[in-house]
Unconditional design. Structure first.
Ligand code: NDP
Length: 246
């Protein structure tokens, strides 16, 4: 039996792109969504769009690099809706650059958001899920978590790490506590992700990526598919890219 109605789902990076579409898709199908990101105005607008359709959403301004803020996010979801069924650790940044440009701050930010943010999400929800003896952690990696290209060394490193962490979580939790773990690895998707690239050589090449990119709603549907499976079915990983992406 497909099962998504009334599931309480925390979504990080819900203020734009894949996270925003995922929140709308899951809410439309009956989930109670808890939106998290830093831009409050965007979160408010998305909450309103969801509620205007008669669906359920709340939000909490959250920086995923802070474990305290992530714990408080999980606590808010639990207090408001009584349980935490799913977290979609989606928040991420992709300031691609060549290593010789030595963009040390961007390396650190990617590691903080893309890796530590996911770990903070897992750490925040795991006590609730273990108590409930069920739960589902969906982590957003990338095709860049499967192969590395010039300019993506650090970003790919973070996305390989997301896959490793998710697989480790699955192996640790699946047997004893019925907690599922899913990796979603998108290819080129039309979002704000490339806006933060400061390396001009790489920025010049992003036009080609944008040309082939598909809409974030396709990833939202993929995430929904993983979440709505019967509890004995674990989707471990899905790679979803534009048909024309090599
Ligand atoms: P967007 O730039 O549209 O969304 C990124 C989201 O992350 C925003 O909502 C942003 O919100 C949030 N975010 C960034 N930093 C933080 C932070 N410190 N704390 C909380 N939230 C944060 O891009 P996408 O939708 O494309 O990205 C979503 C995920 O998908 C990322 O993990 C990305 O790596 C992955 N991905 C995307 C692909 C693509 O082609 N678009 C391909 C493969 C993977 P705010 O600024 O309000 O905090």
């Amino acid at each position: 039996m497909l099962n998504i109605k009334d599931k309480v789902v925390i979504i990080t990076g819900a203020s734009s792109g894949i996270g925003e579409e995922t929140a709308k898709e899951l809410a439309q199908n009956g989930a109670k969504v808890v939106l998290a990101a830093r831009r409050e105005n965007r979160l408010k607008e998305i909450q309103k769009v969801i509620e205007d359709k008669g669906n359920t959403a709340t939000y909490k301004v959250t920086d995923v690099t802070s474990f305290d803020e992530m714990e408080s996010l999980a606590q808010t979801a639990h207090e408001k809706f009584g349980k935490v069924d799913v977290i979609v650790n989606n928040a991420g940044l992709m300031p691609l650059s060549f290593l010789n440009k030595r963009k040390i701050n961007e390396w650190n930010t990617m590691i903080d958001v893309n890796i530590k943010g996911v770990l903070n999400g897992i750490g925040a929800v795991l006590p609730y899920m273990r108590e409930q003896k069920e739960g589902h952690v969906v982590n957003i990696s990338s095709v860049a978590g499967h192969s590395v290209g010039p300019g993506s060394a650090v970003y790919s490193g973070t996305k390989f790490a997301v896959r490793a962490i998710t697989e480790g979580l699955r192996k640790e939790e699946s047997a004893s506590s019925n907690i599922r773990a899913t990796i979603i690895s998108p290819g080129a998707i039309e979002t704000e992700l490339t806006d933060h690239i400061t390396d001009e050589d790489i920025r010049a090449a992003t036009g080609e990526i944008k040309k082939m990119a598909i809409e974030p709603e396709h990833i939202a549907r993929t995430i929904r598919f993983a979440i709505e499976q019967p509890e004995e079915v674990g989707i471990n990983e899905m790679v979803v890219r534009p048909t024309v992406q090599g």
